[in-house]
Design a protein around this ligand. Structure first.
Ligand SMILES: Nc1ncnc2c1ncn2[C@@H]1O[C@H](COP(=O)(O)OP(=O)(O)OP(=O)(O)O)[C@@H](O)[C@H]1O
Length: 308
């Protein structure tokens, strides 16, 4: 296992940031760590990245215990996120060379590694410019490249696409997907559920320092999420009366202008919707069924368990 956490607990004075967290991740997995502000995501990553010590429990990265072997842990991990490691006054190339030198490479090796990453991350045109002149997307790419200089096998990514435009996000997601395909284990902490939906092979949802749900996105969606049917009508008035009808037959329905969204919980399926309309002779203009997203899963957990 690349990441092996058992019964992890962390207290900051009276605050119990992590109560009892157990999780694992192997090579090539992208572990999405989700949870509200204060759920314990940063604390978990800080312990795994040896920035803070746990109060109890064990955490191993590539078999190295974070408390007993922090130096070995640091040698196999990369940390990236808010572009804090980038020196804006230096060109992108020099930032990469600097990191390589800090990791012990000689000038020639450092230059070679910088060129490899410049090429892999499409930074060739801007590598000679001070990083302060980069757009948000370029800066994120440089930050990610810098975290990969030492060829980490475990990479911690903190909200990697914050502030990126849709093209930048898609590009960054592709780069992360490629890393995982090459065997890197990625731990992704994010508030963006679509990001986790796109990237994560496994998800843990933290709530008040505990794991409140875990599994692959597909498992979570089928266990917790609810499919929805969206029915469109000719006009607002029909939509409102259809919504009332759905409620009377026990369906949860929300009208919005000419559209009604019906949640297809365990017992209900799309035929219940169609039959209900049929009994009163209402013709829908259109009907679509959508599979649940991670956002639906998260909101359901929030309702059921008060995930915070
Ligand atoms: N250095 C610290 N001293 C005291 N309390 C802390 C410290 N760091 C974190 N906490 C508390 O521990 C809890 C977990 O915080 P943590 O930052 O791990 O959550 P998070 O899920 O990363 O939140 P966010 O999404 O806001 O980053 C919170 O109640 C927080 O206030």
């Amino acid at each position: 296992m690349r990441i092996d956490v058992v019964g992890l607990r962390k207290c900051y004075g009276q605050v119990e940031a992590l109560a009892d967290v157990t999780l694992r991740a192997g090579p090539g997995r992208v572990l999405g760590v989700l949870g509200h502000n204060g759920a314990g995501k940063t604390t978990l990553v800080d312990i795994l990245a040896t920035r803070t010590l746990p109060t109890a429990g064990t955490a191993r990265v590539c078999g190295f215990d974070v408390v007993r072997n922090p130096r070995q842990v640091r040698r196999v991990i990369g940390v990236t996120g808010q572009a804090t490691a980038v020196d804006g006054a230096l060109p992108g190339r020099d930032n990469l060379v600097l990191v390589a030198r800090l990791l012990g490479a000689n000038p020639r090796q450092a230059g070679d590694r910088a060129e490899e990453l410049i090429e892999a991350f499409g930074l060739g045109d801007v590598a000679g410019r001070p990083a302060a002149t980069y757009s948000g997307g370029l800066l994120r790419r440089l930050d990610l490249a810098m975290s990969l200089v030492g060829r980490p096998v475990v990479l911690f990514l903190d909200e990697p696409s914050t502030g990126l435009d849709p093209v930048g996000r898609t590009e960054l997601w592709r780069l992360v997907g490629d890393l995982a395909a090459d065997g890197t284990t990625v731990v992704l902490t994010t508030q963006y559920l679509d990001e986790a939906d796109e990237l994560a092979t496994d998800v843990v949802v933290l709530g008040a320092g505990r794991v409140v749900a875990s599994g692959t996105p597909a498992q979570l969606k089928s266990a917790i999420g609810t499919r929805t049917a969206t029915v469109r009508f000719a006009d607002d008035r029909t939509a409102v009366s259809a919504a009332g009808l759905f409620s009377r037959v026990g369906l949860t329905a929300a009208p919005l202008e000419r559209q009604v969204t019906v949640s297809l919980a365990a017992a209900a399926d799309v035929t219940t919707v169609v039959r209900a309309l049929d009994t009163v002779g209402i013709e829908p203009a259109d009907l679509t069924v959508a599979e649940p997203t991670l956002t639906d899963v998260y909101l359901a957990l929030h309702r059921e368990q008060g995930v915070r």
